[in-house]
Design a protein around this ligand. Structure first.
Ligand SMILES: [Zn+2]
Length: 219
């Protein structure tokens, strides 16, 4: 089996003063949606409608890099709306019990959160993956960093050195992992034994595996 690279050395930039969130403490109140945001949340959310993937602002992408992004986001949408994704989330276990590491919610609750698509920088659930993305040439000192974002940011910045080597499934997994943080899922910062079973890591792996399949079963 191929070793995924999209998560290796992924760097989530954190505010130095903020404590590590845990699954047992309430999450802090999120700031209101930024004015001038390129994504416009809608108030009408139909849980049974297909999820959409909406990349707002793309910064630093060449036309070819943007085409690759677009193909990856089509794949991400197909995965999120697939029977295979739903079944895998709902049947996920960690330590012999239904669920994921670093999260006390049930698989059904976690799946609902994903379907709602309520990012911490948007004001309403809209059933949509909303992200702005940027591509940069990282400095030599950050050459092994895949990408970064901050907890409240609406933008994921990716290191072009990695992006160039990613196939569409890996891009879908990379951005899927980051987006899962935006809808409230966490994992250990260090590479602990349980981290692969957290929602962002486990479902990132799942997204890559399903996006690589020639076809998926729509919900
Ligand atoms: Zn992460």
């Amino acid at each position: 089996m191929r070793i995924s690279r999209w998560f290796s050395n992924l760097f989530h930039r954190r505010a130095v003063s903020s404590p590590e969130p845990s699954s047992t403490t309430p999450r802090p109140t999120q700031p209101p949606a930024r004015s001038g945001s390129t994504t416009i949340p809608v108030d009408t959310f139909e849980p049974t409608a297909p999820m959409r993937v909406s990349i707002g602002k793309t910064t630093g992408y060449s036309p070819l890099e943007k085409q690759k992004l677009d193909r990856a986001m089509v794949k991400l949408g197909e995965v999120l709306n697939s029977r295979e994704f739903k079944d895998a989330v709902l049947s996920h276990t960690y330590a012999g019990k239904p669920g994921f590491a670093s999260d006390s919610r049930t698989p059904a609750e976690i799946y609902s959160v994903i379907r709602a698509g309520k990012e911490n920088f948007t004001s309403a659930a809209d059933g949509e993956v909303d992200l702005n993305v940027a591509l940069e040439n990282f400095s030599w000192f950050q050459r092994n960093v895949v990408g970064y974002t901050t907890p409240s940011s609406d933008t994921v910045t990716t290191n072009r050195r990695f992006y160039a080597g990613f196939d569409e499934s890996e891009i879908a997994a990379h951005l899927g992992h980051e987006w899962l943080h935006k809808v409230g899922f966490e994992h250990d910062f260090k590479a602990t034994a349980r981290r692969p079973y957290s929602v962002p890591y486990a479902l990132g792996e799942l997204i890559e595996a399903l996006a690589s399949k020639p076809s998926l079963t729509p919900l």
